[in-house]
Design a protein around this ligand. Structure first.
Ligand SMILES: [Fe+2]
Length: 254
């Protein structure tokens, strides 16, 4: 077991059979065991909740209970939290209780992991996150570095999100080029500017492993000091679970 046994994973496709993550329970248990062997103590289970995967959130709530029971039966010591990776295109179709079912954090500071569209953080995305904020949720943006033109300053997408208190979760694979040159450049820039709230694996079996130790190492290799790099996969995401994420609403974009 790694000495950094308090690593916290906030983006992981551990729920079996609902998206392009774990295909079945065997996959889930293998991923959970790998994560804990790597020193991860807590995982937020975040299946895709978007038009081409899960649209019925009850699938997530039921599946999550079964997953927790299976993980316990297997003797894997990991704390699981129910969450979801919300596609902005589905926001208007989900009721408050459905959003609540995939939100994370304490009452009054609940937050949602919202997937950054590859096309960029445009006005449609801002309108969706504005709606979520108005419905009482903080926002954590999943892998913004993979959104096209993130740093180009067009449409004000990133600056608007930061202004409203949204936090950024970067995939650590991006720091080492795993998502291409533009995502790597953006991830390194966000790290350099101190804008990354948490690194996560966004694990999918056979594709991206749930090994946060690699994330801390990648941050160090990219120039972060060791303490900051460790915090990005431990204290900071743990605090997001414990303390939640605040948000504030702005006037709608004209
Ligand atoms: Fe994901």
């Amino acid at each position: 077991m790694s000495p950094h046994a308090l690593r916290t994973e906030i983006h992981c496709h551990l729920l079996p059979g609902v998206d392009d993550g774990a295909r079945d329970l065997d996959d889930s248990l293998e991923m959970a065991a790998l994560a804990t062997a790597d020193g991860t103590a807590t995982i937020v289970v975040t299946p895709h909740v978007r038009r081409d995967f899960v649209t019925d959130v009850s699938i997530v709530t039921e599946g999550f209970e079964e997953l927790c029971e299976a993980v316990e039966r297997a003797g894997i010591e990991v704390e699981l939290h129910r969450g979801g990776e919300l596609g902005h295109d589905l926001v208007g179709r989900l009721g408050q209780s459905e959003l609540e079912a995939i939100a994370v954090g304490p009452p009054g500071r609940r937050w949602l992991l919202v997937e950054a569209p590859f096309e960029g953080l445009d006005r449609v995305f801002s309108a969706a996150t504005d709606e979520l904020r108005s419905r009482g949720f903080g926002i954590v943006i999943a892998h913004p570095e993979r959104a096209r033109g993130l740093l180009a300053g067009e449409a004000g997408g990133l600056s608007r999100e930061l202004e409203t208190g949204s936090l950024l979760q970067v995939n650590h694979w991006s720091l080492t080029g795993g998502h291409g040159a533009e995502a790597e450049h953006a991830a390194l820039e966000l790290l350099d500017r101190g804008l990354i709230a948490a690194l996560a694996s966004d694990a999918h079996p056979g594709w991206r492993r749930p090994t946060l130790s690699l994330g801390a190492a990648a941050a160090v290799a990219a120039g972060a000091d060791a303490r900051t790099a460790a915090a990005l996969v431990s204290e900071r995401p743990a605090r997001m679970l414990r303390k939640g994420v605040a948000s504030r609403t702005l006037a709608p974009l004209g």
